[in-house]
Design a protein around this ligand. Structure first.
Ligand code: PBG
Length: 328
């Protein structure tokens, strides 16, 4: 009978042996928790398609962020739901805008927490597109100034990282030079460089109240069929001054995470988006999957693909489960 020289099972015999040869580990240091800030006094609106996620007024936002930090998750990324939307996205660069106010409150109450902000116009535009609209077109160059204004106003509010997600060409460069001109030379930009026009953003658009009123985002977000272009987008953003590049969504695009990691040599973030979260929560609610095991396997898969940073709505649960595992 033939016995192979090498038997992979030898090193799988015990948890200790498996631990010694384990190539990747999840740690809450990599996690960023997304949060939705809304005006009002005592608001905590559940998002129907994202169980466990809420639109939070600032008092609740601070409370929840404290809980996030206590679980060992050291960064959050903020999205805002403004009181009013218009055709110039005024709420995005209003010094009293919802994310600016939330940033000031969080930095005051939890100075150790790293507060990031999504920089986009869609939540603040009455038409819900990520740039200025003329007729049925989303204009590129005039949108850059508004995005730069938004980044600068968040910088003044004390934000720790800005994360442009609009997919206008040239926005990282425009934001970098506007920040530098205002003296914010040390503020990092995490660019949503490789962002696809995806059906997986559906639940987020409920949470952020930002679905486009007409058409879709395919004239600015990427075609899911393209891979080289995703790398190119990351390289362009790096040239324009991005400190971190991102792949979004995560699961259908693990190949892009790997390519960005190996081809750019820059830190890579992956956004485990709302639709990915909603699928897991729905199946778990039905009792069809083991939520904890599926979430940890999913996040580990994203890590293994090459992500340094994982933005995920599962961050709180995952941090709790990882702490439980390490204490047993
Ligand atoms: C804003 C933005 C979106 C998401 C992050 N920033 C929505 C979109 O592009 O339509 C999606 C996040 C998620 O689905 O969890 N442009």
């Amino acid at each position: 009978m033939y016995f192979p020289q090498y038997r992979p099972r030898r090193m799988r015999q015990s948890e200790t042996l498996r631990g010694l040869v384990r190539e990747n580990r999840l740690h809450p240091d990599s996690f960023v928790y997304p949060m939705f800030a809304i005006h009002g006094e005592d608001v905590r609106n559940p998002v129907a398609s994202m169980p466990g996620v809420f639109q939070l007024s600032i008092n609740h936002l601070v409370e929840e962020a404290r809980e996030v930090a206590e679980l060992g998750v050291k960064s959050v990324i903020l999205f805002g739901i403004p009181e009013q939307k218009d055709e110039a996205a005024s709420g995005a660069y209003d010094p009293e805008g919802i994310v600016q106010m939330a940033t000031r409150a969080l930095k005051q109450e939890l100075p150790e927490l790293t507060v990031m902000a999504d920089v986009c116009l869609c939540e603040y535009m009455s038409h819900g597109h990520c740039g200025v609209v003329q007729g049925d077109k989303v204009l590129n160059d005039v949108s850059l100034e508004l995005l730069a204004n938004a980044a600068v106003s968040l910088a003044h509010a004390g934000i720790d990282v800005v994360a442009p997600s609009d997919m206008m060409d040239g926005r990282v460069g425009a934001i970098r030079s506007a920040l530098d001109q205002e003296g914010h030379t040390e503020l990092p930009i995490m660019s949503y460089s490789t962002k696809y026009a995806s059906a997986f953003y559906g639940p987020f658009r409920d949470a952020a109240e930002s679905p486009p009123a007409f058409g879709d985002r395919r004239s600015y977000q990427m075609d899911p069929a393209n891979s080289d272009e995703g790398v190119r987008e990351a390289l362009i953003d790096i040239e324009e001054g991005a400190d971190v590049v991102m792949v979004k969504p995560a699961l259908p695009y693990l190949d892009l995470i790997y390519r960005l990691k190996t081809e750019t040599h820059y830190p890579v973030a992956a956004y485990n988006v709302s639709g990915e979260y909603a699928m897991v929560k729905a199946a778990a609610e039905k009792g069809w999957i083991d939520e904890k095991a599926v979430v940890l396997e999913t996040l580990l898969g994203i890590k293994r693909a090459g992500a340094d940073i994982i933005i995920t709505y599962h961050a709180k649960d995952a941090a709790r489960w990882l702490a439980e595992e390490s204490s047993t």
